[in-house]
Design a protein around this ligand. Structure first.
Ligand code: ADP
Length: 485
């Protein structure tokens, strides 16, 4: 099975969120099942070429590509992935990818990813490598199925290729003006009202992917259902419903080499289910770094997140005073939209003896919060899969989550179930968060139950093997017979 995995981020090269974790971990797990994988990624200026030994691929240099009226030149680089087997190809086009951040609001954002997707096909042609499946991820590779069917269908190399589109977050669709269709070299006639590319008079890359992909996956079973409703579909529920028979939910796995309390070298003390009491040493260090007083009697609530609307932090706005009226501590790591940063900054100044907030992206501190907190809070409005609740479960840190998407599929409320592993609330309401925080406090005092809930979480299996096997089944389902046979 030959898989071409196309993504806009991938651990360890470049990451803004869970997509990178998935695209970094899935290929090694697939290659354990005998798949041969090539990953494609833009060569952003911020990627460290020396560190990852990223070298030019001979013969694919300064390739000309005309998109609409503009002429571009791209080159291809590659390196071996962390498993030593998967090949990672990087599309270099300095004018497009050397920016301060990997996603931009610049007027050529569409061109950045149109060029990327064309370059994938041109590179495969150059390498004469025929994938069985193009596995696309989110809108940045959403045009691949359309390009395959409408532009590259006459090349024998691709006649037996199928396409799978994974939606990691329906909130980001790649919506651009109508002119994007010309920039992608599709004819005017492709832009039909209600057709594959058109969305409220604009071009929508993700919609085109949903329309043309042979199969669509998303990152949890609940999210697969949710996105087919108007509440969660972000306007694409109609087109998703029309593809209902071809949508599957596969929960992401977590990388046990990176997120495992037994071996994690970013935390201060390793521990596992058999010596869970050692976890406390991480709490001590976490509080020391945060400049807060340690007490085994005070529960610590951790948050590691992008600060975005999706993550639901509004629920804290009117409840924070009541929450912090209790004898608890809150440690927050995150970055993103300014009004959330302002909010958390204000809270940390007002409650400096109870709250510590760090802004920015800090992997080590994320690990320490996961290991050192007693509870981990994710009040998401929606959550396609969510990784942090799975990390927390693995680390014996009890998640407090809203019942949506992957959170609903992984966290079981301890009040409803003998094997409960967390605290779950149903509705996106401040009072429900408040009740959940209170329940956590009570649980923290009831040590035998607290211990039982922690152990339930730690014994769950979120390994990539399980998810990779489901992806293999999907690939086998869409795989076409090789032409001529
Ligand atoms: P999303 O992709 O919506 O951001 P996920 O839960 O799927 O959410 O994945 C988030 C990933 O990014 C996790 O690995 C999490 O630990 C990491 N992360 C998020 N914010 C930060 C941060 N400020 N510093 C370090 N890691 C972060």
């Amino acid at each position: 099975m030959k898989i071409c995995l196309i993504t806009s981020e991938c651990e360890p090269y470049v990451k803004t969120g869970g997509l990178a974790d998935v695209c970094g971990s899935l290929p090694p797990a697939l290659s354990n099942f005998g798949a041969e994988i090539k990953v494609f990624l833009p060569l952003y200026g911020i990627i460290n070429r020396e560190k990852f030994i990223i070298k030019p691929v001979s013969g694919i240099k300064q390739v000309s590509l005309k998109l609409g009226e503009k002429e571009f030149k791209f080159s291809v680089y590659n390196c071996k992935h962390t498993d030593g087997k998967t090949e990672v190809y990087f599309i270099e086009c300095a004018g497009l990818y050397d920016r301060d951040s990997i996603y931009t609001q610049d007027s050529d954002e569409d061109e950045r990813f149109i060029l990327f997707q064309y370059a994938v096909f041109l590179t495969l042609q150059n390498l004469q490598w025929a994938p069985d499946v193009f596995h696309c991820n989110d809108w940045q590779s959403g045009l691949i199925p359309a390009l395959l069917k409408l532009k590259f269908n006459r090349d024998k190399l691709f006649t037996s290729a199928a396409t799978v589109l994974s939606i990691h977050n329906i909130g980001y669709q790649g919506i651009f003006g109508k002119e994007s269709i010309y920039k992608a070299n599709f004819p005017e006639s492709s832009f039909v009202l209600g057709g594959p590319f058109e969305y409220n008079g604009n071009t929508n890359f993700l919609k085109a992917g949903i329309w043309y992909a042979d199969l669509i996956t998303t990152v949890s079973k609940t999210y697969a259902e949710e996105i087919q409703t108007s509440e969660y579909g972000s306007g694409l529920d109609g087109v998703l419903k029309s593809r209902s028979d071809n949508i599957a939910g596969i929960l992401n796995g977590i990388d046990n080499n990176l997120w495992n309390p037994v071996t994690d070298n970013l935390i201060s003390e390793n521990y596992g289910i058999d010596n869970i009491r050692l976890k406390e040493k991480n709490k001590v260090e976490l509080l020391e770094l945060a400049g807060l007083r340690y007490s085994e009697h005070i529960p610590v609530y951790g948050i590691v997140s992008r600060f975005a609307w999706q993550k639901g932090f509004e629920l804290f706005f009117d409840t924070i005073d009541e929450i912090l009226d209790n004898n608890i501590q809150l440690i927050v790591l995150g970055s993103g939209e300014e009004h959330y940063e302002d909010f958390f900054l204000k809270v940390s100044l007002q409650y400096s003896d109870k709250v510590y907030v760090r802004f920015g992206f800090d992997n080590r501190f994320a690990h320490l919060i996961t290991a050192g907190s007693d509870f981990f809070v994710m009040p998401s409005r929606y959550e396609p899969c969510g990784l942090n609740q799975m990390y927390s479960l693995n680390y014996g840190t009890i998640p407090i989550v809203r019942k949506t998407g992957g959170l609903a599929d992984t966290v079981i409320d301890f009040g409803n179930n003998e094997s409960g592993n967390g605290i779950v609330f149903d509705d996106f309401l401040p009072e429900q968060l408040l009740v959940s925080m209170k329940r956590a406090e009570e649980l923290f005092i009831d040590k035998p139950l607290f211990d039982k809930v922690r152990r339930s979480g730690m014994s769950a299996d979120f390994s990539w093997e399980r998810s990779a096997l489901q992806y293999m089944n999907i690939y086998n389902k869409v795989k076409k017979p090789v032409s001529g046979t």
